[in-house]
Design a protein around this ligand. Structure first.
Ligand SMILES: [Zn+2]
Length: 245
């Protein structure tokens, strides 16, 4: 907000009972400071546009649910990490996306695909509201963290699984850890073994980053135990305040 208040950031007031009611529906948010989450969510509610589609009429709880889950990845980073997009588009349920994909021979395939969420390049974040409510249950699923990881990834240009790292982070170490985990997943899939990550992560480095972000926030203990090196890099990235130097 510019003008009279100078640098003061715009926020909206969230009634404590409403905040608690929505927080209670997301067990994976319990580990966060509720006041820090609420502050970031309130900035997002004030600064982003919430639109709906398919005749959906989101209520306060719906918008707050999106804002709180969206706040989690940037609660220590700040809302400027989301400056690449302005709008959340909320569908009531899964939506059909028009698809245009170029294959390795340069042929463009058109089609439709049912989606729970979508992050456009430097555009809106599209979410299915029933998938938002199914997120953050501590079961490894979080469509909001997933789509916003794509936005964070793009903060330095391309959606390539390589977000802008903090100055105290080692780019070579990040690349090593992510490349090794990527290769291990692909080898498991090639050999028909049970993969230790959602196979969707093998779609591209960008999807890999989004999937491990989702797991880092939703099942942090599992990530720390099964993928300690990935967990450490994600911790340094998403929680620079508490990572060792
Ligand atoms: Zn994705």
């Amino acid at each position: 907000m510019k003008g009279l208040f100078g640098k003061r950031r715009a926020t909206v007031d969230i009634a404590p009972n409403v905040l608690q009611r929505v927080l209670d529906r997301f067990p994976a948010l319990a580990a966060e400071s509720s006041s820090a989450l609420a502050e970031t969510a309130s900035e997002l509610l004030a600064s982003k546009t919430f639109l709906s589609a398919d005749g959906f009429e989101p209520d306060l709880d719906d918008c707050l649910a999106v804002a709180l889950l969206a706040a989690q990845p940037i609660v220590q980073l700040g809302t400027h990490w989301y400056r690449g997009f302005q709008t959340f588009i909320l569908y009531p349920g899964e939506f059909v996306a028009d698809l245009q994909e170029m294959d390795e021979f340069g042929l463009v395939h058109e089609g439709e695909e049912v989606r729970a969420g979508e992050a456009w390049a430097h555009g809106p974040v599209v979410l299915a509201m029933d998938e938002v409510w199914a997120s953050g249950q501590g079961e490894g699923y979080n469509v909001v963290a997933h789509e916003l990881a794509h936005q964070i990834d793009q903060a330095n240009g391309d959606m390539d699984g390589f977000p802008p790292l903090h100055r105290d982070m080692d780019r070579a170490r990040w690349t090593d850890v992510f490349s090794q985990a990527w290769q291990r997943l692909n080898a498991q899939l090639d050999q028909g073994l049970e993969p230790d990550l959602d196979p969707y992560a093998a779609e591209s480095p960008a999807e890999f980053f989004a999937v491990v972000t989702e797991l880092y926030f939703d099942v942090p203990d599992w990530m720390a135990e099964v993928h300690p090196a990935l967990h450490q890099q994600l911790q340094r990235f998403y929680r620079p305040d508490i990572s060792p130097l």
